[in-house]
Design a protein around this ligand. Structure first.
Ligand code: GLN
Length: 246
């Protein structure tokens, strides 16, 4: 078994080591005797998304989000829409997450019309939401907690067609107001959590791997790995957030 993974827009959407999440996915597949082919698709790439099993999109600042708009609207947007509806497994972080939504209005009034694959929109605020944070995914996704690092000015509001990826336990999440974090729709997982999200949250990594393998092969049982180190990193951050208070 193997997964073909696309790293979309690694040239513009790749903050705080977001790309390390792909290394984590590849390693967890290899530990189980499975392979991963990773293809980078920067601005201008011609290859189609069809044929991939998993798409990863990292975060980027307002500037980079505007830079990629032209390429996005040359057809990548329609392709992403189709892929989402077709059940493609997608992990999108911060700027990449916002990009899958309908639109983003920056704090200084510039408007980006995005993909519209997720029923959500984002409006920039003057005060940035920055820091380590913690959320819990619903029981239907495993009920595990996720530790992450967020840094965004955009406040995201979810529409009725998506559900929240999690409930905020510490930090800001989508907007710092309604207690929601990220979005989940079909096999798309959007989150504000940057950097080494998956290494510190192995349950999340395995959820993505399982979802993609099941779509490709019909079923997938994942061998249990020794995640004691990963769990220590996770628990240490939970304890730190606990000490910080909400
Ligand atoms: N430009 C977006 C914001 O500030 C996304 C930032 C990011 O990806 N870190 O809301």
């Amino acid at each position: 078994m193997e997964l073909k993974i696309c790293h979309l827009y690694p040239d513009v959407l790749n903050l705080y080591g977001d790309g390390g999440n792909i290394r984590c996915l590849r390693q967890r597949l290899q530990w189980r005797g499975m392979g991963a082919e990773v293809v980078k698709m920067p601005i201008g790439a011609k290859e189609s998304l069809a044929g991939f099993d998993l798409v990863f999109i990292g975060g980027g600042q307002d500037f980079e989000q505007q830079v990629l708009l032209e390429d996005l609207h040359r057809g990548r947007d329609r392709e992403l829409l189709a892929a989402v509806e077709d059940g493609m497994t997608i992990l999108a972080i911060c700027g990449g997450y916002q990009m899958l939504g309908k639109s983003y209005e920056t704090y200084d009034g510039k408007r980006c019309d995005f993909v519209g694959a997720l029923d959500l929109h984002t409006v920039g605020a003057r005060t940035r939401m920055i820091g380590n944070y913690l959320y819990r995914v619903p029981e239907s996704l495993g009920g595990f907690t996720v530790v992450g690092f967020e840094n965004h000015s955009g406040k995201t509001r979810l529409g009725p067609k998506v559900e929240a990826l999690g409930t905020v336990l510490a930090g800001f999440g989508n907007n710092g107001e309604d207690g929601t974090e990220g979005a989940h729709y079909k096999n798309v997982f959007g989150t504000y959590s940057h950097g080494p999200l998956l290494p510190k949250n192995p349950a999340f990594a395995d959820l993505l791997i399982k979802t993609a393998l099941e779509r490709k092969y019909g079923s997938a049982e994942l061998e249990v790995l020794d995640d004691s180190l990963e769990r220590m990193a996770h628990d240490e951050m939970c304890a730190r957030l606990e000490r910080r208070g909400k």
